[in-house]
Design a protein. Structure first.
Length: 303
């Protein structure tokens, strides 16, 4: 992945610890892992064939050590090791021959993000659980579809071109704002005719906007929309299961908000996934990241 995110009640699985003790990992972090795993019983793979959070180790970083939790048939094991990374960020990361979810402890993550939020939505256990699923989905992408993901945009294209090209072009910004608003309206639409009306206008604006920007910018935007957008969709789906009363304000109502950098594309990609859910609830089964999600929408609407 190009970046690192710094951003249950009901029936649960019976989870046991296979090793003696927890090596100093807090009860809060253990509870977060247990709740995250329990969601597999409630929500399965969110519709993506072969995706499972429990397929990937989750390593909590406390500032000195990693506490690595690995799911096994009758519970999970915990091992302590030297930290693989030593900064406060959640990410999917290659370790030896596999990918792992690397995350700060909830205390470290919430302290940083709540300090940065300046009165915005507080980061707590539910947000951390959703983040684990987001990063596990990146592990899934990198494990099963690396060629398709890497083909979207050349690795040498840096995120800085978003700020340098897309965010400083007033016409491109204006068009993007209009497109994002159309997507938000389509996500909230109650009938397919309204969705199609929004998407027809979206496509027209998208074609106009692509004429304004260099090809490498368009490719990087596609990367973030397709790869990060689907991960944000998984994150949002999990958050909806955990805190349904806050879902709209946390995800649905901010789709059209414009911000500098790459995060705006996460929201656009998430919205596209949500629109496809309405048009074709089974679209995720067989999705392999080889084509933009918006193209799947165009095809289903014949636009």
């Amino acid at each position: 992945m190009r970046k690192a995110i710094v951003i249950l009640t009901g029936t649960a699985l019976i989870i046991g610890v296979i090793v003696t003790g927890t090596y100093g990992l807090s009860k809060e972090d253990l509870a977060i892992y247990q709740r995250a795993v329990a969601l597999e019983e409630q929500g399965g793979n969110i519709g993506f064939a072969g995706f499972a959070l429990t397929d990937y180790p989750v390593a909590f970083y406390d500032g000195d050590q990693d506490y690595v939790l690995v799911w096994e048939e009758d519970g999970y094991s915990i091992e302590k090791r030297k930290a693989v990374i030593n900064f406060i960020a959640a990410t999917a990361y290659p370790v030896d021959d596999h990918y792992e979810v690397l995350t700060p402890t909830i205390q470290k993550m919430s302290s940083l993000l709540n300090m940065m939020s300046m009165g915005g939505m507080e980061y707590g256990e539910e947000e951390h659980i959703a983040t684990l699923w987001h990063e596990a989905f990146h592990c899934y992408q990198s494990t099963f579809f690396p060629d398709n993901v890497n083909a979207i945009c050349p690795a040498e294209v840096d995120e800085g071109i978003i700020a340098g090209e897309a965010d400083t072009n007033p016409q491109a910004v204006s068009l993007f704002r209009q497109q994002a608003q159309l997507l938000e309206e389509a996500v909230k639409a109650e009938d397919v005719d309204k969705i199609k009306e929004c998407i027809v206008k979206y496509k027209e604006l998208d074609e106009e906007r692509k004429m304004l920007l260099p090809g490498e910018v368009i490719a990087l935007e596609d990367y973030y929309t397709r790869v990060e957008g689907t991960a944000r969709y998984v994150e949002a789906s999990v958050y909806k299961m955990l805190v349904p009363e806050q879902f709209d304000s946390a995800y649905m109502d901010v789709i059209s908000e414009y911000g500098g950098g790459s995060t705006k594309y996460y929201k656009v990609g998430m919205a596209q996934c949500m629109i496809l859910d309405t048009l074709d609830p089974h679209w995720k089964n067989g999705f392999d990241f080889s084509e933009p999600v918006i193209d799947l929408i165009y095809a289903r609407l014949n636009v």
